[in-house]
Design a protein around this ligand. Structure first.
Ligand code: ZN
Length: 444
């Protein structure tokens, strides 16, 4: 490997989107969300349209209410000698998200309760929000905070909180079936690469992958929404879509080191759980049981919806020091990680798209593969991987086992068993319960 990866253009597009989106001051509402959706839209392939929905402030969504829209023009603090102590223009994390407008002169004692830092990481800026409680504050490196001298500080928070709207975007790629796969990522964090931008970047590239498939059995819906209130707003506006969701994945934190980590649906035994466990297992990753804390899987899995939505990340939120700090920057995410995460997701979706139950049509002993051109003509050599995949498939194709189950039993990747099944279907040795095989399509 040269380190460049197998998909240099995908890597460049993902890196490009993250780099453009990184400096934007995002929150759960406001122009930062709109500008980020503009970038997502630009990154989409031809034929994939981003549909935006605006939900007005004051709209009730289940037990929540869409709040006022927050926008920011600038925010800074000037110190006793007129020096600028902290300035939003330097980093979007400097201002507590949803800070109310302020113009005031405060003593250091009055100011300190509004300042947030990380003593254990004195060079980093923490990420703080105050969405549902009116307040204001600044975040700064602890080493800067420690050097503040007594005196008067002039605080300017030039923000607006006013009736507006919450905006989310979605992309629907229709397949032959109305049954849907939901892929959801949040877009409400300001400058943090792993916790936010990796989800957006990988999702747009996943759209490109799916849009280019010659055939899609399932329909795919990608949701780009602010965390919690955004997914709830989507759920409240789509009662007709919710019953069609057969599988789902929340994606975020797809860089930042560590192996892939799949978090199961609430039930833990849904097809997406099996597909993800297979793929993540083959890649040395980890599967964890559902917990009611995390990202928007909490909303989708809530008892009232009970949607089979798992979550794919690498090291999950809260388990790495850089989480929710300025150290979660563009360098914290490598292109290799993005590419592997993208590949893993395409593999999971491939299982959902093409798994099916198969039946051996020549079940009385082993069928003669050689006379059908499926076996190497030179005898005596060890069976090739392709032949072994066919033998495993025939051995378990009893009309109840799915290709994924056979792959797990054989310890082979799903794609190898799927290829073997396609060869056997083409030779008339296998029947499928479903119409998942491209070979069957051409046969009519
Ligand atoms: Zn977060």
């Amino acid at each position: 490997m040269t380190g460049r990866g197998q998909h240099p253009s995908a890597r460049a597009r993902m890196r490009g989107l993250m780099t453009r989106a990184y400096p934007i001051c995002r929150s759960i509402t406001g122009d930062g969300v709109r500008r980020t959706l503009d970038l997502v839209e630009e990154a989409l392939p031809p034929g994939a349209a981003l549909e935006r929905t605006a939900v007005p402030s004051g709209t009730d969504v289940f037990d929540w209410t869409v709040g006022e829209e927050w926008n920011v023009r600038g925010a800074w603090i000037d110190g006793p000698d007129g020096e600028r102590v902290v300035d939003l223009a330097d980093h979007t994390l400097h201002l507590v998200s949803y800070s109310t407008p302020v113009r005031a002169r405060l003593s250091l004692e009055e100011l300190l309760p509004h300042l947030h830092s990380l003593p254990e990481h004195p060079a980093w800026i923490p990420y703080r929000t105050t969405y549902y409680h009116r307040d204001w504050g600044f975040c700064l490196p602890h080493r800067v905070l420690e050097q503040l001298r007594p005196g008067h500080y002039d605080v300017t928070v030039d923000t607006t909180l006013a009736p507006g709207e919450l905006v989310y975007g979605e992309v629907l790629l229709r397949g032959e079936s109305a049954d849907e796969v939901l892929v959801s990522c949040h877009l409400c964090h300001p400058s943090m690469a792993n916790d936010n931008l990796t989800g957006l970047a990988v999702a747009t590239e996943l759209v490109r992958h799916l849009a280019a498939l010659p055939r899609r059995r399932l329909s795919y819906r990608f949701l780009f929404a602010p965390g919690t209130i955004g997914s709830l707003a989507w759920l409240s506006r789509n009662p007709g879509v919710v019953p069609r969701i057969r599988h789902g994945l929340v994606i975020t934190g797809l860089g930042g080191g560590g192996p892939l980590v799949y978090k199961q649906t609430r039930h833990g035994d849904r097809p997406v759980d099996d597909a993800a466990a297979h793929v993540v297992g083959h890649r040395g990753g980890e599967v964890r049981a559902y917990t009611p804390y995390g990202y928007d899987e909490r909303q989708f899995n809530a008892v009232g919806f009970d949607l089979p939505v798992g979550r794919l990340t690498r090291t999950p939120h809260g388990e790495y020091a850089e989480y929710h700090t300025s150290a979660d920057d563009l360098d914290f995410v490598t292109d290799d990680e993005l590419e592997e995460s993208l590949t893993a997701l395409t593999e999971i979706l491939d299982v959902l798209e093409r798994d099916e139950v198969v039946t051996n049509l020549s079940p009385y002993g082993e069928p003669q593969l050689g006379k059908r051109g499926l076996y190497p003509t030179m005898g005596g050599k060890t069976a090739s991987d392709a032949v072994m995949a066919m033998l495993w498939t025939l051995a378990y194709a009893d009309g109840t086992a799915s290709l994924l189950e056979i792959a797990d039993r054989a310890g082979l990747p799903f794609a190898a068993i799927r290829s073997a099944a396609d060869a056997l279907l083409g030779a008339g040795l296998l029947a499928a319960d479903d119409d998942c095989s491209p070979a069957l399509t051409s046969a009519g």
